[in-house]
Design a protein around this ligand. Sequence first.
Ligand SMILES: *[C@@H]1O[C@H](CO)[C@@H](O)[C@H](O)[C@H]1NC(C)=O
Ligand SMILES: *[C@@H]1O[C@H](CO)[C@@H](O)[C@H](O)[C@H]1NC(C)=O
Length: 177
Amino acid sequence: MKWSELLLILAAVRGSLSQNIEVSQIPEVNAIEGGTANLECSYNLSNLDLPAGWYKWYRYYPQKADIFKSDDFKGRITKESPEDFLKKRSASIQLHRVTVTDTGMYFCEVEFSGQEQIKGHGKGTFLNVTATDSTSCRYFTLYHCIGAVALGLLMSFALYLNCKEHKQVSTYNCVSV
Ligand SMILES: *[C@@H]1O[C@H](CO)[C@@H](O)[C@H](O)[C@H]1NC(C)=O
Ligand SMILES: *[C@@H]1O[C@H](CO)[C@@H](O)[C@H](O)[C@H]1NC(C)=O
């Protein structure tokens, strides 16, 4: 018997004994800086009699890092509820207030355990966060506008005061003369 045949048999035996899990993710998600990114993930399990299941998301930045435990994402993640995780077979998350540095590959991993343990991960989602050049420009012009109006008002007020003062001075002068 050749090694390849033996390996095939071993794989077949292993496959028939263990359950399979298939995890799928959206290949790419685009988001604008400061916005929210939906990182969708779902899984398929051949049979759901395993009592405990959970999921996590990780990225390589630069090493494999669990984003649920990362300070970088603290307070910015909305997770799927445990009910939806089991019923809808969804392990999706939402990342809030995304920044350009969040750009990268994110992997969804689902794990179930009981008598045996099965684990699978998706092929990864590329999150592309683009800077808000146009928005910051609009904000810039808005502040500019407010600034210009305020400055204009201040100047006319100063001019008014100045005029008033001049008038008073001239009246005073008139009276005194
Ligand atoms: C899950 O299984 C169903 C039926 O077998 C199939 O139609 C569906 O595409 C699968 N979904 C995933 C995410 O593998
Ligand atoms: C990210 O998105 C922007 C805008 O949609 C696009 O121009 C850019 O090519 C994308 N970058 C990558 C690496 O896909």
